[in-house]
Ligand binder design. Structure first.
Ligand code: ADP
Length: 144
């Protein structure tokens, strides 16, 4: 059976993506793997409503999804992968929860992610990466 690789992408961190590209390409060559790219738009609604007191669903949510899909597509284009083995997803909410849920849904064999933002060097493992490593039911490759 062909493999499923989940690659969560923080679209605001181009450098992080550069690190994972060679690893994803190597894994993708095995077993005709399908590569599932996921970008999660963090939900800032709480903070927005806290400060400004407006409705729970911001009116530009759809636009943000479209923009995020465009940004994700640009990033995915940097990977040398066969077009027909790529899937892309944009979801809105807590990144770690969506990463774990999608891993289950697609029966991921491995999740490949970068450890943390280079700018926050104090932590060896970022907040999303840490939860994914701890709770994922499949293997997780943390790229450093
Ligand atoms: P930090 O806390 O330093 O930002 P994270 O744990 O958030 O570190 O990021 C590590 C990895 O988690 C990223 O390389 C990416 O794979 C994944 N990730 C983080 N945020 C998102 C997001 N919004 N959407 C998809 N994946 C994400």
């Amino acid at each position: 059976m062909s493999k499923n690789i989940l690659v969560p992408i923080d679209i605001s961190e181009i450098e992080l993506t550069q690190q994972v590209i060679p690893h994803v390409e190597t894994y993708a060559r095995q077993d005709d793997a399908t590569i599932h790219f996921l970008a999660v738009i963090p939900d800032y609604t709480y903070f927005a409503s806290y400060r400004l007191g407006y409705a729970s669903v911001p009116p530009d949510a759809k636009e943000r999804e479209v923009a995020a899909m465009e940004a994700l597509s640009e990033i995915v284009a940097k990977f040398s992968l066969p077009e027909d083995r790529i899937e892309k997803y944009v979801l809105c909410g807590p990144p770690k929860d969506h990463i774990l849920q999608l891993a289950d849904d697609i029966h991921a064999d491995v999740i490949i992610l970068a450890s943390h933002r280079p700018s926050i060097s104090t932590y060896l493992l970022g907040s999303n990466a840490a939860v994914v490593v701890r709770h994922a039911k499949c293997s997780v490759l943390v790229v450093r």
